[in-house]
Write a protein that binds this ligand. Structure first.
Ligand code: NAI
Ligand code: MG
Length: 356
């Protein structure tokens, strides 16, 4: 098969990990006889430096013409003082909105090979298999107004949490669909004791649940969910929640696997193309040190093979290669523990390719 992939490395370690995913995909292409064609686009701070905007029109066009998009990460201290509309993160928010990527799927699973790197007890995390479905194009990250203001002569500020009911419906429905091919349980996370938006979210979830009598629905307040995820993570199957809660809870969930550098994601829309990115950011503290864990990005590429291209066998081959490399004791610094071999980003990529 021939596939066109738009590649947006972005900033910081984004560039370093994207390279890994491309090399692994080339190895997949050779082994399985596929042609992957990569075209590069700019996003984030590096796009601002080159073109004066965090998301140039060419980048957007490139994505729309492609079968799938792979993105590294954006942001960094260099651009932290930019006006809000020129910040690197605005590029990311805009591409999600423009491609209508309404749901971000973030699987978290237990790796027995990493049990010794987790700060949590093995009996708590053993067998964890959770899918977080995060709403991605609404809520606080997009609401207007979002600005500094004045009240009674004092400095004040406003951010707006806005959702259309339909935006809630489509993402919650997707969560129920996905639960059907898993353990048939949906935990809907909200703050319905305080927020009106959450009360509507809960009504929508109840409503959709009627169409899925085979799937169990449970509601959980977000503060409790944050605690339950550490105390008893095995209770979760599919977790569906609004944009900001999902952002926060999925970083927390990465600790169940072992590191932020391990968690992939897929952002999906109604008509494609889908976008694949690790859940981590540009990690300025380790950028340029060849120390980033490329696995989150490599596993994002595996999700792309499965969800965008229907290449299940190829996706499993990548996931198995990652597993074997971890079993063999190769570790980037974020997942290292006593007795394991510390490797650089490039060495980790080489190991995965060689295993493939
Ligand atoms: P971050 O996710 O970049 O890093 C948090 C911590 O995890 C750091 O200590 C980092 O070294 C470590 N880490 C992250 N990915 C890693 C990997 N692959 N291997 C090893 N260690 C890894 O979040 P932070 O530091 O809060 O934000 C840094 C910049 O990234 C900011 O400008 C932020 O806006 C941006 N950001 C971008 C995102 C994106 O592009 N999707 C998501 C989150 C943050
Ligand atoms: Mg995040």
């Amino acid at each position: 098969m021939k596939k066109r992939i738009a590649v947006l490395p972005g900033d910081g370690i984004g560039k370093e990990v994207v390279k890994g995913a491309i090399e692994v995909l080339q190895a997949v292409g050779e082994r399985f006889g596929h042609q992957f064609h990569f075209s590069y686009g700019k996003i984030g701070g590096s796009a601002f430096d080159a073109a004066g905007t965090p998301l140039p029109d060419e980048t957007l066009e490139l994505c729309k013409e492609s079968d799938a998009v792979m993105l590294g990460a954006v942001g960094g201290p260099k651009w932290d003082r930019q006006p809000p509309h020129l910040r690197p993160e605005k590029g990311l928010l805009k591409i999600r909105k423009e491609l209508n990527l309404y749901a971000n799927l973030r699987p978290t699973q237990y790796y027995s090979s990493l049990s010794d790197t987790s700060p949590l007890k093995n009996e708590v995390i053993e067998g964890v298999d959770m899918l977080m479905v995060r709403e991605l194009t609404g809520g606080l990250y997009f609401g207007k107004p979002s600005e500094r203001t004045q009240q009674n002569g004092e400095d004040a500020v406003v951010d707006t949490l806005f959702y259309q009911k339909e935006e809630m419906r489509r993402v919650i429905k997707l969560a129920f669909e996905l639960a059907r091919s898993r353990r048939a349980k949906v935990t809907s996370v909200d703050k319905a004791n305080v927020l009106e938006s959450s009360r509507m979210w809960r009504e929508v979830a109840e409503d959709i649940a009627k169409q899925y009598p085979d799937v169990a629905l449970e509601h959980m307040l977000v503060d409790n969910a944050a605690m339950q995820m550490i105390k008893n993570p095995k209770q979760f199957d599919v977790v569906v929640t609004e944009n900001m809660f999902g952002d926060i809870l999925s970083d927390e969930a990465s600790v169940l696997t072992g590191s932020l550098g391990m968690l992939p994601s897929a952002s999906i829309s109604e008509n494609g193309p889908y976008l694949y990115e690790p859940i981590h950011g540009s990690a300025p503290d380790i950028q340029g040190k060849n120390a980033a864990n490329p696995i989150a990005m490599i596993l994002s590429a595996a999700m792309m093979l499965r969800l965008s291209f229907g290449m299940e066998e190829e996706a499993e081959a990548v996931e198995n290669a990652v597993n074997q490399v971890l079993e063999a004791g190769y570790r980037t610094r974020d997942i290292v523990s006593f007795g394991k071999k510390v490797v650089t980003t490039t060495e980790m990529i080489e190991e995965v390719k060689a295993t493939l």
